[in-house]
Design a protein around this ligand. Structure first.
Ligand code: HEC
Length: 112
C-alpha cells in the first residue's frame, strides 16, 4: 500500500514537471524553434530592439494567439503580419504564444 502510494506520488510529480514545459496550450520548446523567423523583427526572445516592431516578450499568450488569428483572418490588417500569420497553423500560434509569454517582458508583473 505504501509502495503504491509512493509510486503514485512519483507519477503525479512527473506530470507536474512535464506541465511546466508544455504550458496550458502551447509547447514552449516548439515555440522557441518556430520563433526564429519572428526574431528578425521582434528581437531574440521577442525583445524588440526596433521600436517599429512590438515587443512580444511577456505578452499574454491569449493576446498573441488572438492577434495572430486576426491577422490571418483579415480582422486585423497589417501587410507584414498578414503574410507571417498566413503561414501559421493554430498549433504554431499556440506554441509561439506560449514561448513569448514565458519570456521576461518589459514590466515584470505576476501572472494570474
Ligand atoms: C518583417 C518583420 C516582422 C516579422 C518577421 C514578424 N513580425 Fe510580427 N509584427 C511586425 C510588425 C511591424 C507588427 C505591428 C503590426 C501592427 O501594427 O498591427 C507586428 C505585430 C505582431 C503582433 C501583434 C503585437 C501586438 O502588440 O499587438 C504579434 C502577436 C506578432 N507580430 C507576432 C509575430 C510572430 C509570432 C512572428 C513570427 C512567426 C512575427 N510576428 C514575425 C513585424 C514582423
Amino acid at each position: 500500500m505504501t509502495k503504491q502510494l509512493f509510486i503514485s506520488c512519483l507519477i503525479a510529480s512527473g506530470l507536474i514537471f512535464t506541465s511546466n514545459i508544455v504550458s496550458a496550450k502551447g509547447n514552449i520548446t516548439a515555440g522557441k524553434e518556430k520563433s526564429a523567423t519572428c526574431a528578425a523583427c521582434h528581437g531574440v526572445g521577442g525583445k524588440s530592439e526596433i521600436p517599429f516592431n512590438p515587443t512580444l516578450a511577456g505578452q499574454y499568450a491569449d493576446y498573441i494567439v488572438r492577434a495572430l488569428k486576426d491577422y490571418k483572418s483579415g480582422d486585423r490588417q497589417n501587410p507584414i503580419m498578414s503574410g507571417m500569420a498566413a503561414a501559421l497553423s493554430d498549433e504554431d500560434m499556440e506554441d509561439l504564444a506560449a514561448y513569448f509569454e514565458a519570456q521576461e517582458g518589459l514590466t515584470v508583473l505576476p501572472k494570474p
